[in-house]
Design a protein. Sequence first.
Length: 438
Amino acid sequence: MRSIRAAAVGAVTLSLALAASACGGGSSNGGGSNDSPKTLTYWASNQGASIEVDKKVLQPELDKFEKQTGIKVKLEVVPWSDLLNRILTATTSGQGPDVLNIGNTWSASLQATGALLPWDAKNFAKIGGRDRFVDSALGSTGAEGKDPSAVPLYSMAYALYYNKKMFADAGIAQPPATWAELAADGEKLSKDGKWGLGAEGSNPSENIHHVFVFAQQHGADFFTADGKPDFTSDGVVTAVKQYVDLMAKDKVIAPGNAEYAQNQSVSDFAKGKTAMLLWQSASANLKSQGMSEDDYGIAPVPVQSGTPGTGAQVNSMVAGINLAVFKNTDNLDGATQFVKFMTGDAEQKILNTAYSSIPPVKTAQTDSAFNTPANAVLKDTLAKSAAALPQVADESQFETAVGTAVKGLFADAAAGRAVTTDSVKAALEKAQQQMPAA
């Protein structure tokens, strides 16, 4: 998911969605039709610095699609704080868009509702085939062994963005490669009203992405092999504490970041208020806020020791946006045409350039436009050291429950309350109790 990204929705809401009859899109009969062949509705996720930026990026492309096909696309850019809840409401009411963006981590959860069009071999053939997409992106499109619930649209990975001047002024020659180095550098940089690192402490999805990576680095996961929640293992507790300790103990994140949930940390970095940022494909966002590419460097997210790789050296989740179709759309053919258009080489180059993301389409990804130093870090991470979040039906509840628990721990840190191993474990125990399988 992107850029950032709050997914605030309760477990009760998702449970209702899973129990509801599978329906969505514009048709009320529970299956797709072509009753409205000249129109489509499209919910896009907020990828840019603002909704207005997204409209400026997307509308010319939608106009191009209309000129080619005669199909008018009604666009709504939905904030990340609302998107998942809006989608779940649509699955229960049957009143949703024809086509929509989903965070790739939600794929299995939304797949379980039965509301999304399955991308079987026949449907993939309509858009050029499954083999057009890179394997890492297809790995976050739904539960293993089932037809994908969506098609990859934008691929992203986390990287460490650092302010070159602030580093030079502090006498730091290179970006940190380990968390111990990041904490030490952050201490040098946190002075005179400026801070070492930015974070979005009130954003459950951002919290999940980071603690998932920390857990992987500690050899832990949030689910057992058979898909049951396991939030209180020693590795998970250690991981969550280490992340929150960047504020609570290391003091390299400003206490005010505990309330951030809407890309404020990106703005702080762009304005020189913080020296480092952990973010997904941030270059376009930073450029739109007036920060020159010459002012910052991009490095892999730190690991516990050594260099990024597989296993305990994982340093990013497989981030990205998928494109889905509600199964009961009343313009099934048009929706399929739209997916083909958006994942075509030409549009992949345009859109992923605009959002500084990586095309999940193989032929587009090899284009010279995506061979920049920034993209080299992101592509290398996706290829070698990124892991997909659990593709389980309860993933959305997991994001909300654990992400909200971490939010509460950041609030404790900001207020000066102790964040201990016991308090972290208690918060995670409470989160696990909210899960259906707990």
